[in-house]
Write a protein that binds this ligand. Sequence first.
Ligand code: DON
Length: 319
Amino acid sequence: LDVPQRALTGDLPEESRVGELVRDAHSRFAPVTHGTVADYIPVLAEADPDLFGLSLVEVDGTVHDAGDTVATFSIQSISKAFVLALVCDAIGHEEVHRIVGVNNTGLPFNSVIALELNDGSPMNPMVNAGAIATTALMPGDTAEEKWWAVREGLSRFAGRSLELDERVLRSESASNHRNQGISDLLTSYGRLQGRSEEMVDVYTRQCSLLVTADDLAIMGATLADGGLNPITREQVVSPEVCRDTLSVLAACGMYELSGEWLFEIGLPAKSGVSGGIVAVAPGKGALGAFSPPLDRAGNSVRGQRACSYLSRALGLNLF
Ligand code: DON
């Protein structure tokens, strides 16, 4: 089948071809040297800019990967997508809409002015303000219980127990004055449930969980298959929760460049400052990419190019 036909039928090309295209995307974009490794969290600046892993996991559990797919890195903002799913599961569609919101701010992920311009509304769960507010909505009476629920929930998406990187946690905790300010501002608007300092701590912990490109693709493929983990076959969340989560990723997952991403790649996706990207092809599977150098909005340069190439070659664009 050619690309437009595949997009219409929903079929991926035959297995051997998918693996070949993933390896091809890896060798094509490995030489790209654009982008800058994030350094506003000091320990992230130590990342090796040459690391590049690409993984595609189909909803039947088939894994195709190339490059550094077992290298671990802190999940950072990609955690926001899966915490949103867990919160949608816990409190439902209406409450997430009412308390956090689902519209793009059009401003950077750590913008303070976005809060001031919107009467203290965090606007969506993908920017830092909205993610802290969303983490605060996790089940649990104490910060410790919420953290346990986050870690356990994200581990179910990955199909393995995710570890915390203590060095990343310490480095970010010592330098996250901006997130603390954002969280205090949310509190002043009456828009944060729980104690500001504790909620920022749970959020910072969730960002410090270690994953691989393979993990990201498995986590994304779980969203692609209505909440069923393709490896463990566990139903992690409901199909309705996946629909809610993917719609927010489409609108806000790549921050102020979400429109361009959708225009070029046509898939709901989420990026993180350590260089990860997960892109979800509903009903088919997901791509997990890892490469530390980022563009100006904080999205991995090689990761974006690889997703763009594979979206076209595999006919994944939803539109
Ligand atoms: O709160 C922060 O700034 C980081 N823990 C996560 C930011 C992030 O990954 C934004 N992604 N592109």
